[in-house]
Design a protein around this ligand. Structure first.
Ligand SMILES: [Mg+2]
Length: 211
């Protein structure tokens, strides 16, 4: 048996550690109401509701052609939106606490919103650092933060693993800097994907690390 334990495990937040669907209707109600007030978006509201839980607002605004006024209004609402109710972590979450190495959280989104979710789930006690990349405040990307974590920790790329649900976000960023990537595909949506590994449950991580 070979051990390939990592010195640093970097996790995504949304749809990786918990399901946005469980909080999304309440969290996004105010912004969805404003979007729904514009007639040209009314036919797309079901798709917009699904997408807002899965992709960054800035991408959503482009995809549905919100235009500058609605985009700005949405950003103003979301910048002040926090989530103050209970959030349930995925039931397999405790398995990540059993993995050796430093744990880091890297999430993209509106700062206050992401911080409120991290606080509600009490994640700061479980992670060495929680990084929030707010596109309203910085040009930095997940790749930049991954490289910073590697540099600050004196890690080699081979010592690091990135785990998340989005092939186009953290998985692509991890691949670009040569670290092993794990797609967390809880609902088995992806038959093909660019990640080094795919899991549906964090309890499978150990079988990747010991092989
Ligand atoms: Mg995610």
């Amino acid at each position: 048996m070979d051990f390939h334990f990592k010195k640093a495990m970097i996790y995504d937040l949304d749809n990786t550690l918990y399901s946005v669907k469980t909080i999304g209707d309440k969290l996004f109600a105010p912004v969805l109401e404003v979007i729904g007030q514009e007639e040209k978006h009314q036919a797309n509201m079901e798709d917009i509701r699904k997408d807002i839980m899965r992709i960054p607002f800035q991408n959503l605004a482009q995809k549905y052609d919100f235009g500058p006024a609605l985009t700005q209004k949405g950003e103003e609402i979301l910048q002040e939106t926090t989530y103050d109710d209970h959030i349930s972590l995925h039931e397999d979450y405790p398995a990540i606490l059993e993995m050796p190495g430093h744990r880091f959280l890297v999430t993209t989104g509106f700062y206050k919103m992401q911080k409120s979710k991290i606080d509600r789930m009490e994640l700061e006690k479980d992670f060495q650092a929680c990084h929030i990349i707010d596109p309203m405040q910085t040009q930095q990307t997940k790749k930049d933060i991954f490289l910073q974590i590697i540099k600050d920790g004196n890690f080699e790329p081979k010592d690091v693993m990135v785990i998340g649900d989005d092939p186009e976000s953290e998985i692509t960023a991890g691949n670009e800097i040569g670290v092993e990537t794990v797609l967390y595909d809880k609902h088995d949506q992806y038959q093909s994907h660019p990640a080094s590994h795919k899991i549906r449950d964090f309890r499978e991580l150990v079988t990747i690390l010991i092989n």
